[in-house]
Structure formats: structure tokens, C-alpha cells
Ligand binder design. Structure first.
Ligand code: MGP
Ligand code: SAH
Length: 324
């Protein structure tokens, strides 16, 4: 399990994993963007700032009207309306979408898999580029953030309802027209794209963001194969638990399109699995000398809680910007 110190505010703690090392815990952590973003202590109450910052959706906002998915799923305003298993997520609703009260919509999968806004913003800052593919867009947590740092966002999901919810939510944030929503299977998309080396619109892909399904909210509890001997520990999440294909296969598919990959994974991910994704074949620096490639693992903290890991590959990893 990934380790790190908890912080009063959201911070990212980076750890560089030498792809060739087997002892992944030995690299020293370095802190980034400490205290640059703050969250509210009480999820159930909006702060004044959130209220005044919220853009007013005018009835004449045509993008919002045509993408309006109101009614497709329930919009909860009271705890009493929320199914028992979603209550803990509803409690965090304004962490997911600071504009939740403007009508953001999530379905069940959306509730438990959305990237919280502060984390999505941090990832989007790291992924700043021309064209980014959000391979598993869900209800749009990351796509909305990417639309604020990237020129072109291609957001893919194979679930039509969720894609419509993503577009609805993007309209609330005023960025729907900056995102190309694609209903489809990323695996097929990647295979087709690889043959052409560029998107339909003739754009090369700079970055791919992977936030695949982890097997549902039970991802922390492991499978029969990886239960720990000590029952007090969380079992490790293995890349083989990723769906719709093995997490290694998914990464290799993305890597055929671009080396610049950000991979959003559970906090209990086996770091050796992550390290093993890096191949050093053919790696050279500008002078043609071999240079071992690295993956940077960023721990995503919210308050006292480690939420997830974002693993940066290729030119997204610090010190490897020349690979971009
Ligand atoms: P969590 O641990 O299920 O939630 O997920 P939380 O609120 O930390 O619950 P607790 O019981 O541990 O206190 C933590 C974060 O992981 C979520 O906010 C999502 O961003 C992300 N996440 C969770 N799941 C199950 C998925 C998933 O299947 N896919 C993706 N891409 N992200 C997920
Ligand atoms: N990052 C998202 C959450 C992603 S959850 C957010 O912040 O909102 C994972 C998503 O992957 C789900 O919406 C699911 O429908 C989608 N998905 C599953 N298999 C897929 C596939 N083969 N191709 C594209 N999307 C897929």
C-alpha cells in the first residue's frame, strides 16, 4: 500500500520510482503544490466563496439548454432522498463538483468513481497540452478540468447515459463546447487511432488520461488471489483488477499512441506493478545516451485522506520533460 503523511490541506506528494529498482519504497518523497488549494471542512455546507464564485446559468445559455440532461437521473438535494449506499458520496458532493448545487448530475457509477474537483484540477495542470484524450470520461470530473488547461479534449465513454451526464455537467461549468464527447469503447478507439497516428480531426494526441473502472467500490477489499496475511491491512490492488482489460494491456495500448500518460489508480495499488509498466528499451536522452525512464507517482490527498494515486509517464514525469 502506498504510504505518505497526512496534511491539513490537500497536497500532492510525489514519489519517483526507478523502473529498474525493486525496492519501490526507498525513493524519498518530495512535496509539490503544498497549500495551493483549500477545501471546505464541512462537505454538507457550501462556503460563501463557493456561492459567489458560481457562474449564473442564464436561461438563454444555448449550450446548457441543448445539453440539459435534467431528469435522466435523480438530482439529490437532501440526505433523505439518497440511497443508503450513496450517502457517503453525497456527503462529499461539493468536493466532486463545487457547482453541484447548480444541478450537476451523477449516476451510481458516477458517484463512486468521479475524481474530486481539486484533484482533477491538479492533474489537469500537470497534463496541460494541446490535445488530450480522457479515455474513461464518466460523468466528466476530469474532462471538465482538462477543458480549462488543454486546447482540445476528447472525452470517451462507452455508457451513453454517463456521457450525457458529463456533457450536462460540462455545460454547467461553461466548457461543454471545448470537449468532444465520444460514445465508444476506448480499446477500439486506441486500436484504430494507432493505425492512423492521429485523431479524425488530424490532431496528434499529446496526452492520454486513464481512469478506468477499478471493479467498483469494493476495490479496497481485494480478491481471493491478493488477500493479505494480516487482516488489518487492505489487500493490494493489482493492475490485473482493472477493467475492461488488464491494466498492463490498457497502458500498452495507450503507449502506442503517446508516451505521455497519466494513470489514475487506487491508493492501495501494488507499486511494483506500476514500476513494471516502464520499459527502458530504446530510451535515450538528447545526446543519444541511455537514460533510465521513470514513472512519477503522485499521492492525491484530501485533508487527512489519501484518495488515489496518479502515475505520470513519459514527458509528464518530472525530470523527463524532454520526452514530451
Ligand atoms: P473511495 O475510497 O471509494 O471513496 O474512492 P472515499 O470517499 O475515499 O471512501 P472511503 O470509504 O475510503 O472513505 C476514492 C476515490 O477513488 C474516489 O473519489 C474516486 O475518485 C476514485 N475511484 C473510486 N472508484 C471505485 C473508482 C473507479 O472504479 N474508477 C476510477 N477511475 N476512480 C475510482
Ligand atoms: N474520471 C471519471 C470517472 C471514470 S469511471 C470522472 O471523474 O468522472 C470509469 C468510466 O469508464 C465509467 O464511466 C465507464 O462507463 C467507462 N468505461 C468502462 N469501460 C469502457 C470502455 N471500454 N471504453 C470507454 N469507457 C469505458
Amino acid at each position: 500500500m502506498a504510504k505518505g503523511k497526512s496534511r491539513p490541506n490537500f497536497t500532492g506528494v510525489s514519489r519517483f520510482l526507478d523502473a529498474l529498482k525493486t525496492d519501490t519504497e526507498s525513493a524519498p518523497p518530495s512535496q509539490i503544490s503544498d497549500s495551493t488549494v483549500k477545501e471546505t471542512d464541512d462537505d454538507s455546507r457550501p462556503t460563501k466563496k463557493q456561492k459567489t464564485d458560481a457562474p449564473k446559468l442564464l436561461p438563454s445559455d444555448s449550450a446548457y439548454q441543448s445539453y440539459d440532461a435534467t431528469g435522466l437521473v435523480p438530482f439529490y438535494t437532501e440526505f433523505s432522498q439518497v440511497p443508503e449506499d450513496l450517502k457517503k458520496y453525497f456527503f462529499q458532493r461539493r468536493r466532486y463538483f463545487s457547482l453541484y448545487d447548480n444541478g450537476c448530475l451523477l449516476d451510481r457509477v458516477g458517484w463512486y468513481s468521479i475524481t474530486p474537483e481539486l484533484i482533477a484540477n491538479q492533474i489537469a495542470e500537470r497534463c496541460r497540452c494541446d490535445t488530450i484524450v480522457d479515455a474513461f470520461c464518466g460523468v466528466g470530473g476530469n474532462a471538465i478540468a482538462f477543458a480549462q488547461t488543454c486546447e482540445h479534449v476528447i472525452a470517451i465513454d462507452n455508457d451513453e447515459t454517463r456521457l450525457r451526464l458529463a456533457r450536462h455537467n460540462a455545460a454547467i461549468y461553461g466548457v461543454a463546447d471545448r470537449i468532444e464527447f465520444v460514445l465508444g469503447d476506448f480499446i477500439q478507439f486506441a486500436k484504430t487511432l494507432f493505425g492512423r497516428g492521429e485523431t479524425r480531426q488530424g490532431r496528434a494526441v499529446d496526452v492520454i488520461f486513464l481512469s478506468p473502472p477499478w471493479g467498483g467500490p469494493s476495490y479496497l477489499h481485494g480478491t481471493i488471489q491478493n488477500l493479505p496475511s494480516d487482516a488489518s491491512e487492505h489487500p493490494e490492488f493489482r493492475l490485473s483488477d482493472v477493467t475492461p482489460v488488464h491494466g498492463l494491456e490498457l497502458f500498452k495500448l495507450a503507449e502506442r499512441i503517446t508516451p505521455n500518460i497519466a494513470y489514475y489508480l487506487p491508493r492501495n495499488t501494488n507499486l511494483q506493478d506500476v514500476s513494471d509498466l516502464v520499459t527502458n528499451a530504446g530510451a535515450c536522452n538528447a545526446k543519444g545516451k541511455e537514460k533510465a525512464r521513470m514513472v512519477e507517482v503522485e499521492e492525491e490527498w484530501m485533508g487527512e485522506k489519501l484518495k488515489a494515486l496518479t502515475c505520470y509517464f513519459g514527458g509528464l514525469a518530472r525530470g523527463q520533460e524532454d520526452l514530451f
